[in-house]
Design a protein around this ligand. Sequence first.
Ligand code: NAD
Length: 524
Amino acid sequence: MGALPHVDTSSSATNGANGGSRTIKSWAPATGDLLGEVRVSTKEEVFAAVARARKAQAAWGVLPVEERCERLLRLRDALVERADEIVDVVSRECGKPRHDCLSHEVMITVDLLTYYCKNAPRILAGHDIGLHLLKHKKSSLHYAPRGVIGVISPWNFPFVIPMGDVVAALVAGNAVVLKPSEVTPLSIQKAKEIFDGTGLPEDLFTVVYGYGEAGQALIESGIQKLVFTGGVETGKRVAAACGANLVPCVMELGGKAPLIACADCDVDRTARAIVFGGFVNAGQVCISVERVYAHESIHDDLVARVKELTGALRQGDPQGDATVDVGAIIFPKQIEIAERHIEDAVAKGATVLIGGKRRAGPGQFFEPTVLTGCDHTMTVMKQEIFGPIVPIQKVGSEDEAIRLANDSHLGLNAYVFTKNREKGKRIAQRVEAGSVCVNDVLLNYAAAEAPFGGIKQSGFGRVHGEEALRDMCDARHVFSGRVPEPAADPLWFPYSNKAYRWQMRMLRAVFSRGSIVKRIGKLF
Ligand code: NAD
């Protein structure tokens, strides 16, 4: 079989007021097999799911955080126990190697859940805030669950991306309604099946299926926060809809990760990192190595090694063959995008060092491709590829590499390779990205403690780490007194000339340069 429809838009009946239903079919990109189908949720069903979630949350959110964590560890245990089933579904539905599914989809989810369950009591504990001016008062901050969290997720990591958000939301005391990508509904159906087998309240985590309309319905449903992961153009529409409904949102959008190969890099490790970072999951990773800036002194050696390693990659249907490195491309459009980038780059002077073509079916495959002689006139250096292409540009200095790395509307991940780790960290400070790895690729996503997210048009807000967990809550400021409050507060009515003069003296005493209060350093 050649190109697959993958997303089936043909309705078995019409959706909406007449009560008919549409279905989404899920196809295996590596074989063309039909894997299953799900029913598209109507707007009314999305609203009803949120209403049920709200009821479930009312009981869940008042449990002590320790108890919630204890109960959620049952989910962790079930995910570990049933890891093979998850790998089966995700591997077939995405056409990605089982190895990737285990380490990227299952392991990171399980680790994040473990980290949050272990640390949430500390992270979400209320704490005092020292007040520098209002010394007679006392402030404390408390974290209260927001309510129902909406999650809208993409197809490229159909398990770990949504489940990371789901576990953070649940640990923090919320309920979740998730709309997975229409391209990979079965992966999350498996997650829901496992969740329901743990005895946790069913409505605490609900899945609704569908296309953009179902996502739009979720935004309009009265949720307290949305975590969206997807492309930049969709992200703009989703952020606008969140604005119209005043729904706080996290936007995890596209990437164009640069890799800077310094003159003093370890050429072999750098080449291996480029090949892994560029071709894992067939390049369909928001933090894939999407462009390489190689210092002229190591450029030729690096390119030669990258070519050799790319040529050794084994591509094919990963089912039943654990040695496949690179799997399939999710749907035909991604192949067409790859072809357009290559055509544009070659027309402007780039060379196809290796790869460059789609492979014959069955299934959808595109050869791991390396382009050399690239520059910023080419779309392949400026726009997200999201496919197995690594374009390489030769640079004369590290400053030039940094300037080019920052010449992008995106800023999710970036990579620096140098044997001098301190220099690597210095360069990392100058690269405009949410995360920068020195001598590594992609692995920062697995650091449960560290925030992950983008700057520029790669989005805003963060997932993972302490900040993301706290952001699943409303921060409640409780303000009280240290001393008995007088009946007549000097700052309240009635105003008087005397009170005004007193305030003026206070202002000068506290804020004038060289004031007595300042000199004794009591306040500032
Ligand atoms: P996409 O933007 O096409 O779809 C993402 C989700 O948004 C899907 O569930 C889709 O149904 C939904 N959606 C579409 N229109 C909507 C609307 N109007 N309202 C509400 N929801 C709507 O993205 P995709 O093709 O599934 O994923 C690939 C993109 O995701 C790439 O650009 C990639 O870089 C990005 N991505 C980012 C991260 C990150 O963490 N920053 C991670 C993975 C993928």
